[in-house]
Design a protein around this ligand. Structure first.
Ligand code: LIP
Length: 257
């Protein structure tokens, strides 16, 4: 494991451990754009720690982060893309599907990613050309057809204009798979596809920090990451639809003409 991935992994682990010490009944939260879009004291504190520790080692790197550092992608060779707690609503409500997500773009493309769920003690890691791992064991997307897999999806709760498209896709894919799940963390959902636990993931509107770390893991696990038109994801700040799967499960979904 390179020094970069090792640092990202150490930081994700130590910040994840802090998440486990919280009391969901005594959590300071604040609404951002709506009651569905909240931030907690932990999101802010964890984001600060991640950025400080990364920039000590990589002072020339750029940073994009969900809480207040999302206005531009710095023009740097390395850019860290951080979601301090992905699955914030799960964290607030006491569901165990939330994670620390630290991604790294190199010349604008996914280079490395760490996604750590401290509640299940599952850490997904990857670096370009070195494979993808779950708790240090190699992972790969499923080689099954969609009909033999579970599909995970997101409901884009910050963007109600996506409801019709989301539930129309859900209705069309449901008969083509074993069952569906809405787990509440895009990063963990994409990692579930990377390790073959799920066959496909889709969501109509995601931010760069929701998927960058998991994208590096998915691509190293032999998966594909596309938008709803079948185009590669450009890794820019504009929100985008995401489909994650194997070549076969994406074809089987019927989402891409
Ligand atoms: C969340 C994603 C989830 C999506 C939500 C939100 P957050 O990230 O993980 O899949 O449906 O709209 O983007 O806000 O918890 O970091």
């Amino acid at each position: 494991m390179s020094g970069l991935l090792s640092l990202m992994t150490d930081i994700a682990r130590s910040c994840g451990e802090k998440m486990k010490k919280y009391d969901p009944h005594a959590l300071n939260t604040r609404e951002k754009t709506s009651s569905r879009d909240v931030v907690t004291e932990y999101d802010t504190a964890i984001q600060g720690e991640i950025i400080n520790r990364l920039l000590v080692k990589y002072p020339a790197a750029g940073v994009v982060a969900e809480e207040g550092l999302a206005s531009a992608i710095p023009y740097r060779e390395l850019v860290f893309v951080i979601d301090p707690i992905d699955g914030t609503m799960n964290f607030v409500k006491g569901f165990s599907q939330s994670c620390v997500s630290i991604g790294c773009l190199k010349q604008g493309a996914p280079y490395a990613g760490v996604v750590y769920n401290p509640f299940t003690e599952e850490i997904f890691t990857a670096e370009r050309g070195c494979g993808a791992f779950l708790n240090s064991r190699p992972i790969h997307v499923t080689d099954s057809p969609l009909s033999d897999t579970v599909v995970v999806f997101g409901t884009a709760p910050y963007n109600s204009e996506c409801n019709d498209e989301t539930f129309s896709k859900l209705r069309s894919v449901y008969p083509r798979c074993l069952d569906v799940r809405r787990m509440g963390s895009a990063a963990l959902d994409i990692c579930s596809v990377a390790c073959g636990r799920a066959g496909l993931y889709f969501e109509a509107k995601l931010s760069l920090w929701d998927y960058t770390a998991a994208a590096a893991i998915l691509l190293e696990a032999g998966g594909r990451l596309l938008d709803f038109e079948g185009r590669p994801i450009p890794f820019r700040l504009e929100k985008t639809p995401i489909i994650a799967g194997s070549e076969q499960t994406i074809l089987d979904s019927g989402f891409i003409d």
